[in-house]
Design a protein around this ligand. Structure first.
Ligand code: PEP
Ligand code: MG
Length: 556
């Protein structure tokens, strides 16, 4: 029978497919003793699991080809290492279960590798992966990490770290649903970047049985379990209708009376550029450079590697604006070599610009790479710092940009309430502001972005958040400077009109949202947007603010 569940819709569209769960970390199998006459059976189980994992790794290697094939084949050989297998057998003879024997034999081998020079120590992660696969198979639980599947599926996870999401293949992942995460969590942001429908903060998502067919409506946040044929047809028709209406919208962003609001794209690297160009983005309003740093947890990418990535993005918008944000590491995006490991409260610790000021060499390399990447290109390069708290931060960043010889505008993100409250002071040091409403909501409401239970407070319609947006936009206007929004608030078509009415000068969002926002803005005059903004600010709750703005814009 069809049942309906409700979470928070964070990425438009409808996905219908079978549930596959993200495998969680493999737990240590209990140290249970087996009887002597069970040893032979356990040895057989262990051998079968090892062979199956090795065969699976080889098969995936064949499919992948290239460098990945070599890595997967090496892993398959590790799994079948004769000494390791002999150790597993020995442990079973003295009373271990197959899973416990594999777990312990790999632990012993791991300790050997870890102490055996840099190259072998680097294989430890591969060894752990092999061990987890064998133990998961023996325990009959899903393989850890993103499911291995040749068939498209709907991914269910507790939450998705940026590193997991970066590995998702949009041709296989039809959509995803998470138990945790709010509308501004990085899993939600990446879902939009991938252009797949997604719902977050859905308690009980983990209990959906593997293989169940579900329909995910990323616009309403509804999940239909075992949907009827009529329901599927109804959802698909509605999604197709919305898509067709949007395809008709094109051109630069503007209100119906011609007030221009450039619509820019949020990108995580060159891979996101084609979708941005296709959606008609007028440039990039937020280039999240931290995704370039996720490949290696030990060091920053070389200057040359950075130059290449930056240049690819800059070249895609020859006459457009590209706003690059320098590395935003820390909190939910930790980097081993930069982020302190022992912070009691990482979101309030050393993250964003604070990390870079503690590691000036990383900032210097990044700014120099940007300067070189932009050389000879007609692009309007703008560079901004995340997590600017006050004028001292803004000055330090502007000085670092000048020292690197960067020919660009320098800006500050407004993500901390203090920056909104003292925006004019910050604008004495930098040339533009960009509102990161995701973090601004997190810090204004003391509500962690990653915690689904407090998602009510991360709602960007909260009037207190709108007040801080208004303060920043008014300060920028008084200083004759620009103030955009690059947080997820900009991707809500109705809220985009309210932000415009509050005086925001550009809107930047995941490419998939651009057509929706463009179509919505084109329906109203600037004066209507201003009235909607005033009505939203006069409300007491997010829900009332949304209804009040809707009422003004629909002429009720
Ligand atoms: C924000 O905080 O709104 C923002 C755009 O930055 P990020 O989401 O990457 O923290
Ligand atoms: Mg932020």
């Amino acid at each position: 029978m069809e049942t309906t569940l409700r979470g928070v819709g964070v990425s438009h569209g409808v996905a219908i497919g079978q549930v596959r769960h993200m495998g969680t970390a493999v737990l240590e199998p209990p140290a249970k003793q087996i009887a002597t006459d069970e040893a032979e059976r356990e040895q057989g189980r262990a051998r079968k699991a090892v062979e199956a994992v090795a065969a699976d790794l080889m098969a995936r290697g064949n499919l992948a080809g290239g460098e990945a094939q070599a890595v997967l084949e090496a892993q398959a050989m590790m799994a079948q290492d004769p000494e390791l297998m002999a150790d597993v057998d020995r442990r079973i003879v003295v009373g271990s279960t197959a899973e416990r024997a594999v777990y312990d034999a790999f632990a012993a081998y791991r300790a050997l590798l870890a102490g055996a020079g840099e190259y072998l120590a680097g294989r430890v992660a591969d060894l752990d992966d092999v061990r987890n696969r064998i133990v998961a198979r023996l325990l009959g639980v899903p393989m850890p990490g993103v499911p291995d599947s040749d068939e498209p599926y709907v991914l269910i996870a507790r939450d998705l770290a940026p590193a997991d999401t970066a590995l998702l293949d949009p041709t296989l992942v039809l959509g995803f649903v998470t138990e945790e995460g709010g509308p501004t969590s990085h899993s939600a942001i990446l879902a939009r970047a991938l252009g797949v429908p997604a719902v977050v903060a859905l308690p009980g998502a983990g209990e959906l049985a593997e293989g169940t067919t579900i329909a995910v409506d990323g616009s309403t946040g509804e999940i239909f379990v075992e949907p009827s044929t009529e329901k599927k047809a109804e959802l698909e028709a509605a999604a197709a209708e919305r898509k067709a209406a949007l395809a008709a919208s094109s051109g630069p962003g503007a209100t119906s009376d011609g007030h221009k609001v450039p619509l820019l794209a949020n990108v995580g690297g060159p891979a996101d550029v084609p979708a941005a160009v296709e959606a008609g983005a007028e440039g990039v309003g937020l280039f999240r450079t931290e995704f370039l740093f996720l490949d290696d947890s030990k060091k920053a990418p070389s200057e040359q590697k950075q130059i290449e990535a930056y240049r690819q993005v800059l070249e895609a918008f020859p006459e457009g604006r590209v706003v690059v944000r320098v590395l935003d590491a820390g909190a939910d995006k930790p980097l081993d070599f930069l982020t302190p490991a022992d912070e009691p409260n990482p979101a309030l610790g050393v993250r964003g610009l604070r990390t870079l000021l503690d590691h000036p060499e990383v900032l210097r390399t990044q700014l120099t790479a940007l300067a070189k990447a932009a050389e000879g290109l007609p692009v309007y390069l703008e560079v901004m710092a995340p997590m600017v708290a006050d004028r001292i931060d803004a000055r330090a960043f502007a000085e670092a940009c000048r020292e690197a010889g960067l020919q660009a505008k320098f800006g500050a993100m407004v993500e901390i309430p203090s920056a909104a409250l003292r925006a004019r002071s910050i604008l004495q040091e930098v040339e533009f502001l960009s509102l990161g409403t995701n973090d601004l909501a997190q810090y204004t409401f003391a509500a962690d972005r990653q915690v689904g239970a407090v998602s009510r407070l991360q709602d960007p319609w909260q009037p207190a958040l709108l007040d801080l947006v208004a303060l920043s936009a008014e300060a920028a206007k008084a200083e004759g400077k620009s103030c955009g929004v690059c947080g997820e608030a900009a991707s809500d078509p109705l809220l985009a009109c309210v932000l415009t009415g509050l005086g925001v000068t550009s809107l930047s969002m995941g490419a998939a949202s651009i057509p929706y926002v463009r179509a919505s803005l084109a329906k109203y005059t600037l004066a209507q947007c201003e009235r909607a903004a005033a009505a939203a600010r006069a409300a007491d709750t997010a829900e009332e603010a949304r209804s009040a703005a809707q009422a003004v814009l629909s002429g009720e």
